[in-house]
Design a protein around this ligand. Structure first.
Ligand SMILES: Nc1nc2c(ncn2[C@@H]2O[C@H](COP(=O)(O)OP(=O)(O)OP(=O)(O)O)[C@@H](O)[C@H]2O)c(=O)[nH]1
Ligand SMILES: [Zn+2]
Length: 288
């Protein structure tokens, strides 16, 4: 049995990287009902050198719903140091979306040429929260080498709000202009032909996923008590609150609130937590 990774899904065929030079064109075995995502690892039976039949989807390490992609090795959330100005609540929500999908993301502030001071403030804030933060400029090329060093042999997803310079950054990273629909040799398809998540090939086994529809609604079914798990900077302080069921909100003797008061948890992060918690509680009230 051969194993491989789905690189694209097109017209009922799955194109699978098995480690060989060429992608293997696969169909699913008729009785296989599982949903197959880009990024999924599969077991397959080879029919000839270039064709196969998918027998099973192997367990996933993570999966995002929108964009639909599985088994990402790392995720970068791209923001701009300026135009558009960064918004801390939005950054927090995107971080939470990734954490909910089982991905501990990295942050990248582009357009550092425009406002280095602001970018450094954000860098220091989120580093304190336990996130790796990279400062780059797609315009000047600053910081790109540091990003490039993190990519080999991995599937890396890039997401972020519109206008932060994601296309410019990916063009720099891939060394080709993405805006004109360049065609990747191995994938044999240009960009901008689909709105689905797209895996772009850098070289054998190194892939970059452009995620245009990055959605922060992934935690809409979250239970109030689960919310704290999406804040790795707050999680260490849970567990010793007076009440086992503590939501770290209005309860007395809450260790999370103590940590906020002592400056061990950043106040702004706790504010995000409360804001999202309130929206979840509100939604549950309406559901009754
Ligand atoms: N000063 C500066 N401008 C940049 C930088 N990167 C991108 N830009 C500019 O920002 C604008 C948006 O860049 P895009 O690469 O189209 O941004 P995007 O995030 O792909 O935008 P969408 O296609 O809307 O998702 C363009 O005018 C770029 O020239 C940078 O590092 N510095
Ligand atoms: Zn508590």
């Amino acid at each position: 049995m051969t194993t491989g990774r789905v690189i694209k899904n097109y017209n009922g065929f799955y194109y699978v990287d098995t480690g060989d030079q060429e992608l293997v064109e696969c169909r699913r075995r008729g009785k296989l009902k599982a949903k197959i995502l880009v990024g999924d690892r599969l077991s397959l039976t080879m029919v000839d050198d270039h064709k196969g039949v998918i027998e099973a989807v192997l367990p996933r390490s993570n999966a995002l719903r929108r964009p639909a992609v599985a088994n990402i090795d790392q995720m970068f959330i791209i923001m701009a140091a300026q135009s558009p100005d960064p918004n801390q609540f939005l950054v927090d929500k995107m971080l939470m979306t990734c954490e909910y999908a089982g991905i501990h993301p990295k942050l990248c502030f582009n357009k550092c040429d425009l406002d280095r001071e602001k970018a450094e403030q954000y860098q220091s804030f989120y580093q304190d929260c336990g996130y790796d933060v990279y400062l780059v400029s797609a315009r000047t090329g600053e910081g790109i080498d540091a990003l490039l060093r993190l990519l080999p042999q991995k599937i890396t997803a890039f997401g972020g709000p519109s206008g932060v310079g994601k296309s410019s950054l990916l063009s720099r990273i891939l060394g080709r202009d993405l805006s004109v629909g360049q065609v990747s040799e191995k994938i044999k398809r240009g960009r901008h032909t689909t709105r689905h998540s797209e895996i772009l090939c850098m070289d054998d086994h190194t892939y970059v996923v452009d995620t245009p529809g990055f959605s922060s609604l992934e935690f809409e079914n979250l239970e109030p008590r689960e919310l704290i798990q999406l804040f790795p900077d707050m999680m260490p302080y849970t567990g010793t609150c007076r009440f086992n069921s503590c939501l770290h909100y209005h309860e007395p003797d809450c260790c999370v609130k103590h940590a906020v008061a002592e400056g061990k948890i950043r106040k702004e992060r706790y504010e995000t937590y409360c804001k999202i918690l309130e929206s979840i509680l509100e939604r549950k009230r309406f559901a009754w």
